[in-house]
Write a protein that binds this ligand. Structure first.
Ligand code: ZN
Length: 159
């Protein structure tokens, strides 16, 4: 999938979780800077090791289970040190990075644990649908962010 959907997909999840949190507690779980960080995190594996061809992705160090494990350990360690109101966003950033690799696994494959486990996945999501997925995820992310802001206004919180 493209970096746009890699950014928008975790934002959809974060905004949906935030909407539920606002509806239950009346308080937001993430702010707009958190949403931005989650979107950037979703693109991070492609930003750290840019590539165009699938063969380059299959040799990319940022598209492995090792990288997911490293990111998870770093995020869990950092979550203990950051202020409590940043913790959900930090964990959502970790989720965004892992979701990127899982998405790429479904759209071409990744070399999951080189050299022990080779390429996992295939084009379960064909390339011809990627732009459609971009459009749907961007619109979905926008609508869910709009919904969370609307919920905040409804409960009288400053946005
Ligand atoms: Zn990627």
């Amino acid at each position: 999938m493209t970096p746009l959907s890699h950014a928008a997909l975790p934002i959809i999840i974060a905004a949906a979780v935030d909407c539920r949190h606002i509806a239950r507690t009346g308080a937001p779980m993430v702010n707009r800077w958190h949403i931005l960080a989650i979107g950037i995190s979703g693109m991070l594996p492609d930003v750290l090791d840019p590539h165009v061809l699938l063969s380059d992705r299959l040799n990319s160090w940022t598209h492995t289970g090792w990288f997911m494990g490293l990111v998870t350990v770093i995020c869990l360690g950092a979550a203990r040190r950051v202020p409590a109101h940043h913790r959900p966003a930090l964990l959502l950033c970790c989720m965004a990075i892992c979701l990127h690799i899982v998405s790429d696994l479904l759209s071409g494959g990744v070399a999951l644990f080189p050299p022990f486990v080779g390429v996992v996945g295939d084009y379960y999501i064909p390339v011809r649908y990627w732009l459609h997925i971009d459009l749907v995820t961007i619109v979905g992310a926008y609508l869910l962010c709009w919904r969370s802001r609307h919920l905040l206004r409804a409960v009288g919180r400053k946005i």
